[in-house]
Design a protein around this ligand. Structure first.
Ligand code: FE2
Ligand code: FE2
Length: 214
């Protein structure tokens, strides 16, 4: 059974499926996971015991992340780095179309395409640093100097988290207006997936991969 004093970060790491529960309740588990479960519940106006029960009810076999750093890196590259680079450009294209076609409507997400382009641009640089510097250092066993690139990546993850918060605001929490066309709905669904994938990606790096080296 999960204790109310356990940190959100520890629950996210140790309880498969917990990240989906946290996401649903908008509890930050990747960049600011240091709060205890009860603090997080209070912050979000949730019942601590309900949240605890929801987490305790999760099946124990939903997560199957590789245990070693090399396997984790391979997983991160194929499941997240490559997927973000395939999906974000498409999201930018869809957003440009929606903003152009629906620009006169009051709920048009003005600025969404530019914001997605900014996320893509920053992420390209961030992932390049991991792929060219940090991950190769890890594959060679780490060493004392590795804490510098890790600290840099942690700081950049905080920035990505803020960009995702803004993405949620621009899309009214990924909820298209009533009567939105298919492109508009597909765009918001894609933004929701980008948000989920990126938060999960940063959680795996921050709370599972990086602690193996610091
Ligand atoms: Fe990454
Ligand atoms: Fe990262």
């Amino acid at each position: 059974m999960i204790s109310q004093d356990t940190t959100v970060r520890d629950i996210a790491v140790e309880r498969p499926g917990a990240t989906a529960v946290f996401r649903r309740h908008k509890i930050d588990f990747c960049s600011d996971g240091g709060a205890s479960l009860s603090q997080a519940a209070i912050q979000r106006g949730l019942s601590v015991s309900d949240l605890q029960a929801e987490l305790d009810g999760l099946a124990a076999d939903q997560g199957d992340l590789p245990a070693d750093a090399s396997g984790l890196i391979t997983h991160i590259l194929s499941r997240y780095h490559e997927v973000h680079m395939a999906e974000l450009p498409e999201a930018v294209r869809l957003a440009r179309r929606v903003e152009a076609v629906h620009r006169a409507k009051p709920d048009c997400p003005h600025g969404l395409a530019d914001h997605l382009a900014l996320i893509l641009d920053d992420l390209q640089g961030h992932q390049h640093k991991e792929e060219a510097v940090l991950f190769p250092m890890m594959l060679q066993g780490g060493g004392a100097m590795i804490r510098f690139p890790i600290e840099r990546m942690l700081a950049e993850h905080v920035d990505v988290g803020e960009q995702l918060d803004e993405l949620g605001r621009l899309t009214t929490d990924f909820t298209p207006p009533a009567g939105a066309c298919t492109t508009w709905r597909a765009l918001y669904e894609m933004c929701r997936k980008v948000d989920e994938d990126l938060r999960e990606h940063m959680h795996i790096e921050n709370n599972i991969l990086f602690p193996k080296f610091i």
